[in-house]
Design a protein around this ligand. Structure first.
Ligand SMILES: Cc1cc2nc3c(=O)[nH]c(=O)nc-3n(C[C@H](O)[C@H](O)[C@H](O)COP(=O)(O)OP(=O)(O)OC[C@H]3O[C@@H](n4cnc5c(N)ncnc54)[C@H](O)[C@@H]3O)c2cc1C
Length: 309
């Protein structure tokens, strides 16, 4: 995954609750514009293009460098705790309690994981922007749930953040779907915990809120996101048949959510068959489309999820 594609689409990181979208921390882009001219784009030099680049996707210019605002991270703590599936309800209840009170420095993801050759399990992934002692105290509740299979929590270097979820680093074919959730009530809990998951491998709930929900005066197209949680579903797609079966189950899950899914989803987490219009409120989409028409009238550049489609 490249920094450019992630940032141009907004970029939802472990520290979004504290610092917002990755794109909101951009100070300047070096680009080649659709007319072939190089430029350094900042809020002062070209406010419209700068705004569109900070979350509107890859439709607006070819980015050759990005300058970011830096934030202090003197200490990081986090990791994954895993339990067998029969502890799912307790773990999910703890997740709801912890996220109801979590400071913005703490990011928590719940996962129901069904991997081949492994017994079904549930996980909590945590990343805390602070000292180990405080992180441990905040997650004390997890220690009261028995049968822990694995606990990787500990102090982390920034470079270790990717190890929390142990995602594959080589390309792996998959089908995914994300839905922003208006809440995490018992019906959502029943669906996430009890609904048949196969052929999907992961049903994950990510806690949002904090700075992601704030109306920054200079925010890009990604925010604010009022929904407090995101559901992320993932299935393998090694063959066309598996891809089709995963797609079917993704649609079924989304259908079961009803009004608990707002219908919107972050641009970077759009999936197969979805459109950019699902990522932006109508006025934001209209502004992006107007910028696209003005800056790339001949359609020289094409994003993976084009704003004009
Ligand atoms: C395992 C995995 C985990 C992920 N986790 C997260 C997550 O936690 N949070 C999150 O927000 N997203 C996440 N994503 C999604 C990821 O951010 C998006 O798929 C993103 O679009 C990847 O960017 P890319 O450049 O690698 O991909 P590409 O498909 O190459 O690019 C994506 C878009 O950006 C454009 N683009 C790329 N580089 C440039 C450039 N230099 N100039 C102009 N346009 C460019 C492309 O044209 C395309 O339109 C995850 C993806 C995977 C596979």
């Amino acid at each position: 995954m490249s920094v450019a594609g992630y940032t141009l689409g907004g970029g939802l990181s472990w520290f979004g609750r504290r610092y917002g979208f990755a794109a909101d921390a951009v100070r300047a882009f070096d680009v080649v514009r659709a007319d072939g001219e190089p430029a350094t784009v900042t809020a002062e030099s070209d406010p419209e293009l700068f705004w569109a680049l900070r979350g509107g996707g890859g439709d607006f210019a070819v980015v050759t460098a990005v300058e970011f605002e830096l934030f202090p991270a003197p200490a990081l703590y986090g990791g994954r705790v895993a339990w067998p599936a029969h502890r799912a309800r307790e773990v999910f209840d703890a997740y709801r309690e912890l996220t109801a009170e979590a400071p913005d420095e703490l990011a928590l993801w719940f996962g129901r994981v069904n991997l081949p050759n492994l017994p079904p399990m549930v996980t909590i992934d945590a990343a805390f922007l602070g000292e180990e002692q405080k992180g441990r105290a905040l997650l004390d509740r997890l220690g009261k749930i028995d049968d822990v299979l694995r606990d990787t929590r500990g102090p982390l270097a920034v470079a270790d953040l990717g190890s929390i979820t142990a995602e594959p680093v080589d390309p792996t074919p998959g089908r995914s779907r994300s839905e922003l959730l208006t809440g995490l009530d018992d019906e959502v809990a029943d669906l996430v915990l009890d609904a048949p998951l196969a052929p999907l491998a992961v049903a994950q709930v990510r806690h949002l809120g904090g700075a992601l929900a704030a109306s920054w005066p200079n925010a890009g197209p990604s925010g604010p996101v009022a929904e407090p949680y995101l559901l992320y579903l993932l299935g393998p797609a090694f063959t066309p048949e598996l891809a089709e079966a995963a797609g079917e189950r993704l649609r079924w899950f989304a259908g079961q959510l009803g009004e608990r899914a707002s219908g919107r989803k972050p641009y970077t987490l759009l999936g197969y068959g979805e459109r950019a219009s699902a990522a932006f409120p109508a006025p934001v989409l209209e502004r992006l489309r107007a910028i696209k028409r003005a800056r790339d009238p001949h359609g020289v550049l094409r994003a993976n999820y084009p704003v004009l489609a």
